[in-house]
Write a protein that binds this ligand. Structure first.
Ligand code: PMP
Length: 425
């Protein structure tokens, strides 16, 4: 038995499914999850000391790669001064100032500890601000695991073929209207029929939880126009895309000013940190200023804030995103060329440091198109690459992530490995 297999057996004794977040269990692709012992730059090593080029990056946060020395130093320095106070600190003002400076739509921001908290709080705020209950989300988008948002969500739920979760009261879920991503006519029809009841649209502005799916320009414009016309709020869930697709986030690429934005992943540099913020008049409804309650023992944690500040400083260096985007595009184009050269029905796409890889003829536009892709073939591809020392997300429904630590040689090695795997499929 390998060490990974031994650990997986041991893990299942006291941890449900042996994991602390479902997709980690390899349920979709089969086989034994890799237990990681350490990471450095673009690489991770598992319990059997096998090295992998990592394209998961802790599901997005590690845009600088594993254990960047400046981030580690910032974390060590902060931890030595105090792990948590549950009281205000100067560093959290620095982070709030920086976020509001980097994202013009964000006039005020509150720090929390996970993306789930950020989106849950943002929708409570949108409901409190508008006095309305209904929420629009799109099929295949994942916004964390709070009750209102676990309605045909993506990510692990797609993986397990679970359209929604047990334990979510129907009375909560009925306020969530689930529509098709990129379907403008459907969105217009819903606003025409019940626009005065809709508190907000929440959307992944590039969806990364059903593989990578781009929004059309018409869809993006329609969401902004319809929410404005009907007095609803537009919430950009940039937990994944924030400081990942570009320094101005997805909203910068779209030229859209959302009312509220949620952030996570990159802004914590690998530590538990997330945020929600936006229009000052809306944020004024949050406690202690207003009637919408939200709180957290570890919110604005100084160690997490230090990791976030160090990360945001490093990604703000001139040319950072040009280089990351070019590298990610080279990977996507190379994968597509290798797949097609081997006669596979395959396509790939990239936005900033995020990529999609699909066993479909073209990049999909919706959940239905993603679901039509060849799952057994993806699973064989995943395991082939794993064998070759390349770690992709263990499910077809996830975007991939490239970091600044991935070298040209890492990309070339990955493409050579992919060509070998494609030819064996
Ligand atoms: N929103 C989006 C777009 C996400 O991708 C995720 C997590 N993958 C979340 C929210 C939830 O974040 P967390 O896992 O930190 O709760």
């Amino acid at each position: 038995m390998t060490k990974n297999e031994q650990l997986f057996q041991r893990a299942q004794r006291h941890i449900p499914g042996g994991v602390n977040s479902p997709v980690r269990a390899f349920g979709a692709v089969g086989g034994t999850p890799r237990f990681f012992a350490r990471g450095a730059g673009a690489y991770v090593w598992d319990a059997d000391d096998k090295r992998y080029i990592d394209y998961v990056g802790s599901w997005g946060p590690l845009i600088l790669g594993h254990s960047h020395p400046e981030v580690v130093a910032a974390v060590q320095e902060a931890a030595a001064k105090g792990m948590s106070f549950g009281a205000p600190t100067e560093a959290e003002i620095d982070l709030a100032d920086l976020l509001c400076h980097m994202l013009p739509s964000m006039q005020q921001v509150r720090l929390v500890s996970s993306g789930t908290e950020a989106t849950m709080s943002a929708i409570r705020l949108a409901r409190g601000f508008t006095g309305r209950d209904k929420l629009i989300k799109f099929e295949g988008c994942y916004h964390g695991h709070s009750d209102s948002l676990l309605v045909k969500a993506g990510s692990g739920l797609l993986t397990f073929g679970n359209p929604s979760s047990a334990g979510v009261p129907a009375a909560v879920a009925e306020h969530t209207v689930v529509l098709s991503y990129n379907d403008v006519a459907q969105l217009e029809a819903v606003f025409a029929a019940q626009g005065d009841q809709i508190a907000a649209i929440i959307v992944e502005p590039f969806c990364g939880n059903m593989n990578l799916v781009r929004p059309s320009a018409e869809f993006v414009a329609a969401m902004r126009r319809l929410t404005e016309q009907h007095g609803a709020l537009l919430i950009y869930d940039e937990v994944m895309t924030g400081f990942r697709v570009g320094l101005g986030c997805a909203q910068g690429l779209h030229g859209i000013t959302p009312d509220l934005t949620t952030l996570g992943k990159v802004i914590g540099g690998g530590m538990p940190l997330a945020a929600f913020g936006g229009r000052a008049d809306v944020m004024a409804k949050i406690a202690p200023l207003g009637p919408v309650y939200q709180a957290g023992t570890l919110s604005g944690n100084p160690v997490a804030v230090a990791a976030g500040l160090a990360t945001l400083k490093l990604i703000s260096a001139p040319g950072f995103f040009d280089s990351l985007s070019a590298k990610t595009l080279r990977l996507a184009e190379g994968l597509q060329a290798a797949g097609r050269a081997a006669g596979q029905t395959f396509s790939a796409d990239a936005v900033g440091g995020m990529f999609g890889a699909y066993f479909t003829a073209q990049a999909p536009q919706s959940y239905a198109e993603v679901m039509a892709s060849d799952k057994p073939r993806f699973n064989a591809f995943f395991h082939g690459l794993l064998e070759e020392g390349v770690y992709l997300a263990p499910a077809l429904y996830e975007a991939g992530f490239v970091s600044a630590a991935h070298s040209d040689a890492d990309i070339a090695d990955t493409l050579a490995a992919a060509a070998r795997v494609f030819s064996r499929l």
